[in-house]
Design a protein around this ligand. Structure first.
Ligand code: 5MM
Length: 351
């Protein structure tokens, strides 16, 4: 497999005005999300909800790719079309979560490492045959008094690098996701220093395992004070601190950074992405790979309106349009004024 496939997919995923919909909730996470809006999680409910999201008219205007979960990539829409082909037909690139979730790191209470390397080569081949063109692996890093340990950062970086190398071998573009959780009372500065350390280890290991950075995307957390912190920081300061950390740690050959939302409200995630894009031009595209921040309004509409397709799809499209506008630094999709695609015809009257 040549590097050109994974590089082309990476660039397509961060095309202007577009980002990724993370719909790869594992079955237990999806059960929690559905319970949050008073619904029971069954296979037909999960299938119908996700088919509703993926068939949203015009979704491809703002969404370049969707990350699926193992159950979903094997499901079919009501008309019999396999889910990856349904997305493909809509002009959206299908992707797949390939990690197996987190497991406790022995000797380091409260810390975790992501599992799933065993048999990964075979699973990637299977997913590629099912239509996936990119993959995702998430490492989870918790901030605490003595956390994260160096062992935790190194173990997770190692797993991310081994995964990324295997994904590229299979022709799938790896999204590398080291998520520093927002949980806790820590400060913005503490999040900055932990995020910075995590990213340094990740890029050291990616180099060691000869991963082609131009054929990857980074999915990091924004640099934020903890959810229980008393400190209040505005969006411009969050953007500044986040960019300072990324400029120090992420090589310019990485084509795009697709932020996770991590428990921010949908308004916060979009406003902060807009602030990030208003800063001076960066070497990478700054985009989104939001789960909750794209789906929360759609899931509420689905529950409030008893599985109503139009209400759910319109909620998703609105949220995707907001995130898409944030890619241009705009807080409102109505403020996105794109240059005309072709120059005015010569001889046409001046405006
Ligand atoms: C959609 O949630 C993803 C899967 O989570 P679990 O493996 O815990 O079920 C998750 O990896 C997600 O892709 C990222 O965390 C981004 O989602 P948010 O909601 O943080 O934007």
């Amino acid at each position: 497999m040549t590097a050109s496939t994974t590089r082309a997919t990476a660039l397509a995923l961060v095309a202007p005005g577009k980002g990724i919909l993370a719909a790869d909730e594992s079955t237990p996470t999806m059960a929690r999300r559905l319970a949050g809006v008073g619904l029971e999680s069954t296979e037909p409910v999960r299938r119908a909800y996700r088919e509703t999201l993926f068939t949203t008219p015009d979704l491809a205007r703002h969404v370049s790719g969707v990350i699926l979960y193992d159950e979903t990539i094997r499901q079919r829409a009501a008309d019999g079309t396999p889910m990856p082909q349904l997305l493909d037909r809509a002009g959206i690139i299908p992707g797949i979560k390939v990690d197996a979730g987190v497991t406790a790191l022995p000797s380091f209470p409260g810390e975790v490492v992501t599992a799933g390397l065993d048999g990964l080569r075979e699973r990637l081949a299977d997913y590629a045959a099912l239509g996936a063109r990119f993959a995702k692996w998430r490492a989870v890093i918790r901030i605490g008094e003595d956390r994260p340990s160096e062992a935790c950062l190194r173990a997770n970086a190692h797993a991310l690098a081994r995964y990324a190398a295997l994904a590229q071998e299979s022709g799938l573009t790896p999204i590398v996701e080291p998520e520093v959780l927002m949980d806790g009372p820590h400060s913005l500065e503490r999040c900055a220093s932990v995020t910075s350390a995590a990213l340094r280890y990740v890029y050291e290991e990616l180099a060691r395992y000869r991963v082609d950075l131009a054929g990857t995307l980074l999915k990091p957390n924004m640099v934020l004070p903890g959810a229980d912190a008393t400190e209040s920081v505005d969006d411009a300061a969050i953007a500044d601190r986040t960019l300072a950390v990324l400029r120090d740690t992420v090589p310019a050959s990485v084509p795009g950074i697709v932020f996770l939302s991590g428990g921010q409200t949908e308004e916060q995630a979009a406003a902060r992405l807009a602030a990030l894009n208003r800063a001076a031009p960066q070497p990478w595209q700054l985009s989104f790979s939001f789960g909750r921040a794209l789906q929360a309004p759609a899931l509420r509409a689905w529950a409030d309106d008893e599985g109503s397709v139009p209400a759910t799809q319109s909620a998703l499209l609105n949220q995707a349009a907001l995130a898409g506008a944030a890619r241009y630094g705009a807080d409102d999709p109505a403020d996105v004024h794109l240059a005309p695609l072709s120059p005015p015809v010569s001889g046409a009257p001046a405006p």
